[in-house]
Design a binder for this molecule. Structure first.
Ligand SMILES: [Zn+2]
Length: 394
């Protein structure tokens, strides 16, 4: 099988997930996902993500992004990263009823090698229909091997808070080892090509310069608490600091500006901003930017990001609309498109409804001449709670 990986950073945007002890789930799941993304990409494994920014994604949209990445067959491995809360301790993996526990247990075994406590892997059934998975990330993800990885509890009274704050990269690396072993791709440790043996005269500053990184990054990668180096020590060098030529992402380094990054990658600041959902020109060291040409999953159901090879005609056909509609809707005066350009798609809103303040499922059902149950099942809602801005399929 030719395995592909889809990474999903749990929560995001308006939905922070669990919070506590200085940990915000949506941010940590994103950090973990970025780490995984770089590692799988460096290992040459096809990998896509549902989000690389702090973005609000409805469950329906999240599932769409998963399925749009590589389709829904079982050679697609989905790693949905989450941080647990509720007073337990240790890592757990939830896997679909259609799968076995081989990969989940490989992941947990590797995590235990990194010092994390293990709670186990399990499946969970929907009480109202026990032939179905309880969680939408398992239930609505086709035949993919869609795993929810809970790295630990942010409210643990044991060592999980420390694991999550100081060991999360190693826990993510454990996932990399497990997945490569499962899919039969040779695993190269980050400390293989990416190590350096300290020589006389080396300083953190000279090494940072030599390897195109920063002193802080070197220190955090190696858990160094001081600037003192001893000759002969092996230290880790960040793997993402030397982007591969065909890479569609760029990791921001010290001194970079959006302008310099745009110039070096033959694009412009506005394209970079729209591709990465940036609202300002500020970038931070270590931030992962998507570059034009990358496979980008549109940020809303009504937008489409132009990919290499796209034409107005092919895009119009994809959405069952006319080229003229597309031109008018986007105020375009010519047929030429540029990679990374975002097109608004004039999708008739007969099939979707955006929840407004004061809406109830009952009211919406009445308005569209349907039933609460039908809306819930179409949108995989497990309760009647709606959030403003949520997009419902009717
Ligand atoms: Zn979560």
């Amino acid at each position: 099988m030719n395995y592909k990986i889809v990474l999903d950073a749990g929560h995001g945007g308006d939905d922070p997930g669990a919070t506590g002890n200085g940990i915000i789930e949506k941010n940590l799941t994103l950090d973990i996902t970025k780490y995984l993304y770089d590692r799988f990409r460096d290992l040459g494994i096809p990998v896509k993500v549902t989000r690389l920014t702090d973005e609000t994604i409805t469950p329906t949209e999240r599932v769409n992004r998963v399925l749009n990445a590589y389709g829904n067959s079982n050679d697609v491995i989905v790693i949905s990263s989450h941080i647990n809360a509720g007073g337990g301790d240790g890592a757990e993996v939830i896997y679909p009823l259609r799968n076995n526990n081989v990969l989940p247990n490989l992941i947990l075994n590797e995590m235990s090698k990194e010092g994390q406590n293990i709670r186990g892997s399990y499946q969970r059934r929907l009480p109202s229909n026990t032939s179905k998975d309880y969680y939408f990330m398992q239930r609505n993800t086709g035949n993919t091997q869609s795993l929810t990885v809970e790295y630990g509890f942010l409210d643990s009274t044991k060592d999980d808070v420390n694991q999550l704050k100081n060991n999360y990269k190693n826990l993510a690396e454990a996932v990399v080892r497990a997945v490569t072993s499962y899919i039969g791709v040779p695993y190269t440790p980050i400390s293989g090509d990416n190590t350096y043996i300290i020589k006389g005269g080396d300083t953190l500053y000279s090494l940072a310069r030599q390897f195109n990184t920063t002193v802080d990054e070197l220190k955090s990668l190696n858990n160094l608490t001081s600037d003192v180096l001893s000759v002969g020590t092996i230290i880790k060098i960040p793997s993402g600091t030397t982007p591969t030529p065909d890479s569609n992402t760029y990791i921001v380094k010290k001194g970079d500006t959006l302008y310099s990054i745009a110039k070096n990658n033959n694009t412009d600041v506005n394209t970079l901003k729209s591709l990465n959902n940036l609202t300002s020109n500020t970038v931070s060291i270590g931030q992962v930017l998507t570059l034009p040409g990358a496979v980008v999953i549109p940020s809303t159901e009504n937008q489409y990001v132009v990919k290499r090879g796209d034409a107005l005609y092919s895009i119009a056909r994809k959405y069952g609309i006319s080229v003229n509609d597309l031109l008018t809707y986007n105020n375009l005066t010519s047929n030429s498109l540029s990679v990374g350009q975002i097109l608004n798609i004039p999708i008739e809103n007969t099939n979707t409804y955006t929840v407004k303040s004061g809406d109830t499922l009952y009211g919406i059902a009445r308005q569209f001449n349907t039933t609460v149950d039908s809306i819930k099942s179409k949108n995989n809602l497990s309760n009647n709670i709606l959030t403003i801005g949520q997009i419902l399929t009717i």
